[in-house]
Design a protein around this ligand. Structure first.
Ligand SMILES: [Zn+2]
Ligand SMILES: [Zn+2]
Length: 427
């Protein structure tokens, strides 16, 4: 395919031009590497190891792979084909936050699906066809600043609401990267965490997602006709829940009503919502100061509290891609490499760089993942080969939406992006 050859050349050039800028991951020669080349049939070449950075860079320049990965795990023989003979030494703790895995309202604008069974199509995040119920959906999920911002906020929450206060993780050991597509990775490089088994990793993941949380253990109980909630002095989850409730109670009545009535977030009965609104000031006082933690004024029905608190937990918990964190043999994208679905760079970030990082319109040049912006204004001619292509807003400029057969002229970085997405061909 013409565009694959073209993209491969561009990727090779990128690695050649940026050979000094590709970062070195820690304990480099103990990592396994994997590559996906520009073939029609997706295949992963893995079990590779590199003695030094220069060898890796040379490999990237020679092959211009579509995707580049290295392991979170450390091995004595990373290039051994057999997992058992690699000499496993431990694995970094990795968290992947990708908007593919959770709902954002903007998906109604930019994620397109088409049912191969009955032909129905629509927009938004669906698991199965709403008409025929079948799972055979063709999806075109798009990149957007809004959902990337949601993913970014999840990373910030993960660091400052969980990893630092509850796990006492040293911020220096946290490495973050924009994935180059729809999310972020976070890696903790710590010798104690490296020894954790998959089961132990799952326990950490359950904690940060709020999976299987017990409200009784946190202190929720019914005594006679009274409901007692969580104490204000405790830390961890009960503190997070109390703070979240406090945050809601400080909103205006209209905002509270809208939030609590939002069926995507809560499924509450009307009496609960009304009491919550009518007693919001009293309840705020209780949550903030009162040592009795008597929550009865809103509801004396334990089940309704459960209902409410489960939704609160969902909003506090972090949206992580669970298998990535518990699988100790996963490969993750190599920092500084290019993502073959976008042509964007996997951009490493320090914790203090993430707050203002804006992947689709980054002002700091060294952090800018959009590397194919040409210095001289070059326009490329493409033809759209997908029935519907959502609008793409990159660097403040919107391109599209497009339809099948459209002949378009776009700047170089947009051309690379559309070719990588497989929705256009050179014209
Ligand atoms: Zn259908
Ligand atoms: Zn979006």
């Amino acid at each position: 395919m013409m565009s694959f050859e073209y993209l491969k050349r561009r990727f090779k050039e990128y690695y050649k031009d940026n050979r000094e800028k590709i970062p070195l991951v820690s304990l480099f020669n103990q990592r396994e590497f994997g590559f996906i080349p520009w073939d029609q049939q997706i295949r992963m070449i893995r079990h590779m190891g590199f003695a030094n950075r220069e060898n890796l860079i040379q490999h990237l320049i020679n092959n211009g792979p579509r995707h580049v990965y290295s392991s979170g795990s450390l091995y004595i023989n990373p290039e051994n084909q057999d997992m058992k003979n690699k000499g496993y030494q431990g694995c970094d703790f990795i968290v992947d936050i990708d908007v593919d895995h959770f709902y954002t309202p903007c998906k109604e604008d930019h994620d397109i699906w088409y049912c191969k069974e009955c032909g129905k199509n629509g927009k938004g995040m669906v698991e199965k066809c709403p008409k025929c119920g079948k799972l055979k959906l063709k999806k075109l999920n798009w990149i957007c600043g809004e959902c990337l911002n949601v993913a970014k906020k999840e990373i910030i929450k993960l660091i400052y609401d969980f990893l630092i206060p509850d796990f006492n993780i040293d911020i220096e050991k946290i490495k973050i990267a924009f994935s180059g597509h729809r999310g972020y990775h976070l890696k903790i490089e710590d010798n104690d965490l490296r020894t954790l088994s998959s089961d132990e990793r799952r326990e950490i993941v359950d904690y940060i997602t709020g999976e299987g949380i017990s409200f009784e253990i946190l202190g929720l109980r019914k005594m006679g006709d009274n409901i007692f909630g969580f104490s204000t002095e405790t830390i961890g989850w009960s503190q997070k829940i109390n703070r979240k409730i406090e945050e809601i109670l400080k909103m205006s009545s209209i905002e509270i009503e809208t939030l609590l009535s939002d069926k995507r977030r809560f499924s509450l009965n009307q009496t609960f919502i009304e009491n919550f609104l009518n007693y919001k000031n009293n309840f705020l006082n209780t949550i903030k100061n009162n040592n009795t933690n008597n929550w009865t004024l809103v509801s004396s029905n334990l089940k309704r509290w459960y209902n409410f608190l489960e939704s609160i937990v969902e909003q506090i918990g972090i949206e992580v891609d669970v298998p990535v964190s518990i699988d100790i043999h996963r490969l993750i994208r190599y920092p500084g490499s290019l993502h073959g679905k976008t042509g964007f760079k996997v951009q490493e970030l320090l914790p203090d760089e993430i707050e203002f990082f804006n992947p689709l319109d980054e002002q700091t040049e060294k952090l800018d993942p959009i590397v194919f912006v040409s210095k001289v204004q070059t326009i490329q001619k493409l033809e759209i080969i997908e029935s519907n292509v959502p609008a793409t807003k990159i660097k403040g400029e919107t391109f599209g939406p497009y339809k099948l057969g459209d002949r378009i002229e776009v700047p170089h970085h947009i051309a690379v992006f559309l070719l990588c997405r497989g929705v256009a061909k050179p014209n």
